[in-house]
Design a protein around this ligand. Structure first.
Ligand SMILES: *Cc1c(COP(=O)(O)O)cnc(C)c1O
Length: 380
């Protein structure tokens, strides 16, 4: 099976992990800061807090932003469920907004219409690794004094107007799940330039505890004293994972270039193929190319999906609009709210794309898909 995505682990990664396994610290050691520093340097952000998943990182960001019961958070409908779930974790209400047909990214005009007195935050998701209209959403957020969080889980390594993703929102989240730009097994991080967000995130990650002498409420205690000042979690990344992350960061640009080259190859190979709508060419060199999402007529998409799987091609669908999950239906969300996201979702097909995919594998994917489409009467 050619998977839709897979991690890239080398002997150097394995050596780095083994070295940490033999060190005094498996967790809460020096590798965490080293990994955070690597992410800060790469993106140019002032602060970085690593978490044990991208989802935990989002939870931290929504908490640090102060989203709470009674607040509304605008979330694009076409995303992984976690982007909406994190609003529910803090008691806020996710308000789903429609996306652009071409990119699957948040539609800024539609978002503007969703703003109410209760809106406290807006989330931009960089779908498939292509940065959203970040200038547009930032302008909207600033104009209404609401907090902008970028779910860049898929976009580490992407650039927006010649700037690396990571400093373009109030807080930016990355994920290090194996299918993402780099991996730590599970893992995530928040990047920010804001000191007070940074301080909250640090505490939130570890039970809400602080040892910082400046912050202690009770200063009469001995050196061992630490205080729990907010309700946090254990969302810490291990040093074992961070060691992997540090080594993966050295190869990030190589991974992204390989993804871009593979995407460019798909554009060539699909030339003249009927019935397959390709993702927009725009930003070919800016996107992190987390996914290569083509569109197939909705009536036959599922059948094409099954035929490709049977042929050993690990296709996927990204995503069911979040509000169509049964859990959200139970909260009262209904079909039809975001027609573009629904149309996008029901015709979408993610075909294999990862750094080490070979031209032969790509040719095989395109050949198979072409012959399936021909069997439906779409002549090339
Ligand atoms: C992967 C992903 C997440 C969740 O990250 P995890 O590290 O898997 O918890 C959230 N949002 C988007 C858009 C993602 O792609």
């Amino acid at each position: 099976m050619i998977p839709y995505s897979r991690q890239e682990i080398g002997a150097d990664d394995i050596r780095a992990v083994v070295k940490t396994l033999k060190s005094p610290y498996l967790t809460q050691g020096p590798k965490i800061k080293e990994f955070e520093d690597a992410l800060r340097k790469y993106t140019g952000a002032k602060y970085c807090v690593a978490f044990n998943s991208g989802t935990a990182a989002l939870h931290g960001a929504y908490f640090a932003a102060g989203f709470k019961k009674g607040d509304e958070v605008i979330v694009p409908a076409l995303t992984f469920a976690a982007t909406g779930n994190a609003a529910l974790y803090v008691g806020a209400k996710p308000v789903f907004v429609d996306v652009d047909n071409e990119t699957g990214n948040i539609n800024v005009l539609a978002a503007a219409k969703k703003i109410t007195k209760r809106t406290k935050g807006i989330i931009a998701v960089d779908f498939a690794g292509r940065p959203a209209d970040l200038d547009g959403v930032r302008r909207l957020a600033r104009g209404h004094n609401i907090i902008l969080i970028e779910d860049a889980a898929q976009a580490l390594g992407a650039t927006y107007k010649n700037r690396k993703v990571g400093t373009l929102a109030d807080m930016t989240m990355f994920s290090f799940h194996p299918v993402k730009s780099i991996t730590t097994g599970e893992g995530g991080a928040i990047l920010t330039n804001d000191r007070s967000y940074h301080e909250k995130l640090i505490m939130f990650r570890s039970h809400g505890l602080t040892k910082d002498p400046k912050k202690l409420k009770d200063k009469t205690h001995a050196a061992w004293h630490q205080e729990m000042q907010l309700l946090g979690y254990n969302y810490r990344l291990t040093d074992i994972q961070a060691a992997l992350g540090v080594n993966q960061m050295k190869k990030l640009d190589r991974f992204i270039n390989a993804r871009r080259a593979a995407a460019a190859r798909y554009f060539k190979l699909f030339e003249g193929v009927r019935g397959v709508t390709l993702p927009t060419h725009e930003g070919l060199g800016d996107s992190a190319w987390h996914l290569f999402v083509v569109h197939i007529e909705a009536q036959i998409r599922d059948a094409v999906f099954t035929k490709l799987r049977t042929a050993g091609i690990g296709v996927q669908v990204h995503y069911l609009p979040v509000y169509l999950h049964p859990y959200y239906a139970g909260l009262g969300y209904r079909k039809g709210q975001c027609p573009n996201a629904e149309r996008f979702s029901f015709s979408a097909l993610s075909i294999p794309l990862f750094p080490r995919i070979t031209p032969e594998e790509q040719k095989f994917v395109v050949r198979k898909l072409t012959s399936i489409m021909q069997s439906y009467g779409k002549k090339g």
